[in-house]
Design a protein around this ligand. Structure first.
Ligand code: GLY
Length: 428
């Protein structure tokens, strides 16, 4: 029997889920709320905001939706899963209580301290003056973070005291992230490369996905402000089996166990962002959903039917599932609007996607796009150019070759996705 599916997402992650679900022989009607210019070509865009939970539940009931998949964090933090459960609707994602691990970074830090889960030493502040005093006492480098949801932009790794004071002013005095900045975490700056771990969880069992690496700062060489993510590679070849085992035993399992003990059992995708330090892996933050652009890469590498994966999570049957992956590598390079992550213009015409997708191994996922006579920009992160290949070098070459065909005024992207890893491979 086929399943009607509703995805809740407006970005590249949602487009990537749809692309993969369309390959399932069991998928019935496919809807996405609100979707974007790309998703409207392969499924039905539903013009309901991701945060309008009542309308989404009504839509699911009226349209006989068998499974709803939540991509973005806002509806999770608002309790969409709890509302759907109360109405007897099947949904993939953690409850509101379980989502607190992402929605409150302060809460997550307290949990890590209590459970001895490796993370940077920290203090939590509600008062600007106290935070400022602490920053001045400890000096730079130091990290200042808004505790609440801030579209990936609320963490400021600061190399100088001036930058740290400015970050604190932006968050606590200028209220750049509104309520999300009511609490601020100030923590030790950790040295080492960053990786993304994704664990699928059904409340009892968890399965790790391949490692991925995002590139958060806007400019090459990890310079400039943090963004939602400018590009990914997967798997990360220098993360060995022992490190992955340590991550599972020291971080993923104890986190899930603690949540279960606190009656906040986690179902969905737990995505800890980690630093791999000389002292082992340490948690930077938890996310309660799939990463973006990580998901755009993952969907290109996943062999197993994605509907089987979501069903196993929702039905508590992950232990019965083997998830298979294609060999080789996958990358995603994000093409962003000029000015992002700050202010940017919308409505700019986009050219060249058809030509780009003629490059072997390349698929372009849409994020901030819309149709208004022609395809136009409508967000900060506009497109995700994904590629697959046998080696990381070949895969990156394919993505960057495809990008040469795509144009929109102001387009910016990082030219160094995967470069550090390539250098590590050459020197190792
Ligand atoms: N990869 C960054 C994020 O999804 O938050």
């Amino acid at each position: 029997m086929s399943s009607n599916v509703l995805i809740i997402d407006g970005g590249g992650r949602g487009h990537a889920f749809l692309w993969k679900l369309l390959q399932s022989p069991r998928v019935g009607k496919l809807y996405i709320a609100p979707g974007n210019g790309g998703t409207g070509k392969i499924a039905k865009n539903v013009l309901i905001a991701t945060t309008d939970i009542k309308s989404l539940a009504r839509f699911a009931e009226k349209n006989s939706i068998d499974l709803t998949i939540v991509g973005s964090e806002d509806p999770l933090a608002l309790g969409i899963v709890d509302v759907f459960h109360r109405r007897g609707l099947r949904i993939f994602g953690p409850t509101r209580a379980a989502t607190q691990i992402e929605a409150s970074k302060a809460d997550a830090k307290r949990l890590m301290r209590e459970q001895n889960i490796p993370t940077a030493p920290f203090q939590i502040f509600r008062k600007y003056d106290n935070a400022l005093k602490y920053i001045r006492k400890h000096g730079a480098p130091i990290v200042v973070k808004a505790s609440g949801l801030a579209l990936g932009k609320g963490a400021y790794p600061c190399k100088t005291l001036t930058k740290a004071e400015k970050a604190l002013t932006e968050i606590m005095l200028e209220r750049a992230y509104k309520k999300a900045g009511n609490e601020v975490i100030v923590e030790k700056f950790l040295d080492g490369p960053e990786i993304s771990i994704h664990a699928l969880c059904d409340g009892k069992t968890s399965i790790l996905l391949p490692t991925a690496q995002d590139h958060k700062p806007i400019f090459d060489g990890d310079k400039g402000k943090n963004t939602g993510g400018m590009g990914t590679i997967a798997p990360v070849p220098w993360v060995n089996a022992q490190t992955l085992q340590d991550v599972n035993e020291q971080i993923v399992r104890p986190t899930l166990q603690a949540l279960t003990e606190k009656r906040r059992a986690f179902t969905g995708c737990l995505y800890p962002g980690l630093k791999i330090t000389t002292d082992g892996p340490k948690v930077l933050e938890y996310n309660a959903r799939f990463g973006d652009p990580e998901t755009q890469s993952y969907m290109r590498l996943l062999k197993t039917d994605l509907l089987d994966v979501f069903d196993a999570c929702v039905d508590g049957k992950l232990a019965e599932l083997t998830i298979e992956w294609h060999s080789g590598f996958t990358v995603c390079v994000v093409l962003a609007s000029g000015g992002y992550p700050g202010k940017y213009k919308k409505g700019i015409t986009i050219f060249g996607i058809t030509e780009a997708e003629k490059v072997p191994g390349v698929v372009v996922f849409h994020a901030g796009t819309m149709y208004s006579n022609q395809l136009r920009t409508s967000g900060g992160r506009v497109l995700g150019v994904t590629a697959v290949g046998e080696t990381l070098q070949e895969t990156l070459n394919r993505a960057y070759e495809a990008i040469r065909f795509i144009k929109f005024k102001g387009m910016q992207y990082r030219k160094d996705i995967g470069t550090k890893t390539l250098k590590t491979q050459i020197h190792s």
